[in-house]
Ligand binder design. Sequence first.
Ligand SMILES: Cc1ncc(COP(=O)(O)O)c(C=O)c1O
Length: 368
Amino acid sequence: MPRFSRRSFLHVSAAATAAAAFRGLSEPMLAAAARRPHSADAVLIDSNENPIGPCQAARDAMAAILPQGGRYADNLTEELARTFAQIEGLNPDYVHATVGSTPPLALSVLAFTSPKKSFVIADPGYEAGMFAATKNGARVVKVPLTKTYSHDVKAMLSAAPDAGVFYICTPNNPTGTLTPHADIEYLVANKPKDSIVLIDEAYIHLSEAPSALDLVKAGNDVIVLRTFSKVYGMAGLRCGFVIARPDLTEKAMERGGWNFMPVTAVVAATASLKDSQLVPERRRINAGIRQQTFEWLDRNGYSYIPSQSNCFLLDTKRPGQEVRDAMAKENVLIGRVWPSMPTYVRITVGTHDEMERFQAAFQRVMKG
Ligand SMILES: Cc1ncc(COP(=O)(O)O)c(C=O)c1O
């Protein structure tokens, strides 16, 4: 596998071309591939990052651990897994820490798909797993979201009796919409015997939706992925979890998922989990700015898909790529376009100031 370098990646113009070169694609890689030239003071609302960054306790914990940076200190990773397991009422053996959720997403797909076992995903959906499946020679089955933009689990089941992996992302990237827990339960209960349900909860804390961890606890063929990149504001620090029965984790990670974690990320993640106010406070901040943005869009007659997350799809009623280009000239970088919804662009919810700059620029672009 070629070594990933940001510089070489940026020379690749299209995500599809990049997919040929890289096994594991991630949101920042996809966003970077689609990114337009911009200056240092640009508004970056194209990668679903959290502008708040790590909480104060996480920053303090990282500063305090630096002198011990010469040690692998695996005990700190064990403490992180134990802390998470205790909060969630899980067996610690079911929790495995990873450098973000990108590696376990790709590795799970590589482990459970094959030329005979397909990968099933909603459309529009987060592309990373799809690229891994294609690399593996697996059939990719895209099933449109329902009218209410949830995963159509019955259609997913009937479209792929040969499924190896059903990928559910809730809230979904790019729509920010939820799939009811009852639908996920139905999928788990009715899936083909040797398949798994891979549930990506990257954005779960930004919504009020229940987690699917109960399905893991009950011993099902379910892998839940979590990341500290979103609500916890640690995208650049790299920490996530695979939460599953140990035999599933073992199989999912056998092609390279075992390694020591960066101690900075680990102590920051543990400190963040112990901050009981972090999730409700940040969920409230994101929801408030999202709501103000929606109200502005309503007042100005623009249509969008209501979201429960830190991103949403905005209908530009013209080719979305043109709007992205025009917005980039305004120094506002907005998210990419999904082929099945070519007039929609994905907008990440930024700070108040960033969303005001977005609104002013969007108005100019649409009226211009
Ligand atoms: C749906 C989804 N899953 C997983 C990830 C992976 O994030 P990370 O590797 O930073 O944990 C992202 C990042 O944006 C995402 O949108």
